[in-house]
Design a protein around this ligand. Structure first.
Ligand SMILES: Nc1ncnc2c1ncn2[C@@H]1O[C@H](COP(=O)(O)OP(=O)(O)O)[C@@H](O)[C@H]1O
Ligand SMILES: [Mg+2]
Length: 431
């Protein structure tokens, strides 16, 4: 049996060896990491590869440019790249606003990624560690012991009651003075905030970030959106900070998706081979979504295992496709599909019509995933689907996932919340 995880993973890509493509984005990352000030913003669709890019930014910020070298960009790496200590925080929808966010940052206790781990405290034990396999790569700091007093941010330096902004400033100042400068001799601290889009009230966050940004404190924000204004409402206040730092993550070009298969083949080290036709087939099914490509790759390995095969050929891909058609092999997507349908065969039909709408090309454009209800009305009527308007509400409700969300500017225009689910539906058979 061959472990699919050797070559494929559905996890965020931290290991630069597994990170594929994105050459142009890496180029931009290099320059924005090395700019003395400025905000880095990463945005794009769900499952398109944002968090993975963020982890590579973190790696480069520490001074490990493996991913850039692999992308053939060694010549762009400065002789003395700016080096940082890093904080990485993933937001959630319980965060109401900017203050809430700062409070979370001051209290998060993650051993490798939190701000609090870096704040000096007598009892705490912090050691250097590297985030990649290469020991020569840039080191970061992690906590191995929080000390006898336990973890409570009020025990740490300079907490100002009822003033989270000042408390946060104090924390950051002490980290910069003690860890960044004195201990690690770095240029600054990089605070990376993933899933920034889920913060409820984003008013004022732009000006907050602006006021906290210095030549020693840099922020990177990332989330689902079409541009920076989807992430930071008062984006005008950060406009001057973002010259090099806006990184739109688009669906992958077919060649990049194919490279995921090629890279997997390398990772399997000859234990498992792929015939030449396989990568283009999988890339096509994945429609530019690396997450889906990785899942398809995994399924191919499972089928190969079941057959006792050591070579993945087009026939195996075909079997994966047939199984997918029957709802087998992709439990998370299948569950989402079933929840959306909610036992209505009419809704199932409509969902397929909507998922099928418009040509493939549009999936690579800015309008990715947009659908117009009226374009499917005639088809729906031809298929005897009655009451289209009564089928839609469930699809935009929370309990269905939701599957669709309204695109506010235009009436009757929706978007699949998860473009990967859309592609799954396109490949799924009706019965
Ligand atoms: N550059 C890449 N190379 C290979 N696989 C990738 C790459 N980017 C993303 N992936 C795959 O796609 C999945 C989704 O990526 P992720 O970074 O979590 O996307 P997002 O944060 O946009 O939802 C990852 O778990 C990984 O399996
Ligand atoms: Mg993510």
């Amino acid at each position: 049996m061959i472990d699919p995880e050797i070559g494929f993973t559905a996890d965020v890509i931290r290991d630069p060896e597994r990170f594929v493509g994105r050459t142009r984005l890496i180029e931009q990352c290099i320059s924005s990491i090395n700019a003395a000030t400025g905000l880095i913003s990463v945005y794009g669709k769900r499952g398109v590869g944002k968090s993975s890019l963020l982890r590579q930014i973190q790696q480069m910020a520490l001074g490990d440019y493996t991913v850039a070298k692999r992308a053939g960009l060694a010549h762009l790496i400065p002789n003395n790249p700016r080096r940082y200590l890093t904080v990485f925080y993933t937001c959630d929808s319980m965060i109401e606003n900017g203050r809430d966010l700062l409070s979370r940052l001051c209290n998060d206790q993650n051993e490798e990624d939190s701000l609090l781990r870096l704040v000096p405290d007598d009892g705490k034990e912090i050691i250097e560690f590297t985030r990649s396999k290469e020991t020569s790569a840039g080191a970061d700091l992690k906590v191995v012991n929080w000390g006898a007093k336990g973890i409570e941010s009020t025990k740490y330096a300079k907490v100002v009651p009822n003033d989270i902004v000042q408390t946060f400033r104090n924390f950051v100042d002490s980290v910069v003075a003690n860890q960044v400068k004195k201990r690690m001799k770095r240029d600054g601290i990089l605070i990376i905030l993933d899933e920034f889009d889920v913060i409820k009230d984003k008013n004022g966050i732009g000006s907050l970030i602006k006021s906290l940004t210095t030549s020693e404190v840099k922020f990177a924000v990332c989330g689902v959106g079409r541009d920076l204004s989807d992430l930071v409402k008062d984006h005008n206040s950060v406009e001057r900070l973002i010259e090099q730092g806006t990184l739109p993550v688009k669906p992958m070009e077919p060649g990049e998706s194919e490279a995921i298969i090629t890279r997997a083949a390398e990772l399997f080290k000859g234990e498992l081979k792929f015939t030449p036709g396989v990568a283009p087939l999988i890339a096509h099914m994945g429609q530019g979504f690396p997450y889906f490509v990785q899942l398809l790759g995994k399924q191919c390995v499972s089928v190969a295992n079941a057959r006792g095969a050591k070579v993945i050929d087009e026939d195996i891909v075909l079997e994966v496709k047939e199984r997918l058609g029957r709802g087998e092999g992709f439990p998370t997507l299948e569950q989402a599909y079933q929840r959306a349908i909610g036992r209505s065969s009419d809704r199932q039909l409509l969902l397929h019509l909507l998922a099928e709408q418009s040509g493939e090309e549009s999936m690579f454009s800015d309008e990715i995933g947009r659908i117009v209800l009226k374009n499917s009305r005639q088809d729906a009527m031809d298929l005897d689907i009655e009451y289209v308007d009564q089928l839609i509400p469930r699809l935009v409700e929370e309990k269905s996932g939701p599957v669709l969300e309204r695109v506010s500017e235009r009436q009757g225009v929706y978007e699949f919340v998860n473009p990967i689910l859309r592609q799954y539906i396109r490949l799924r058979s009706l019965n």
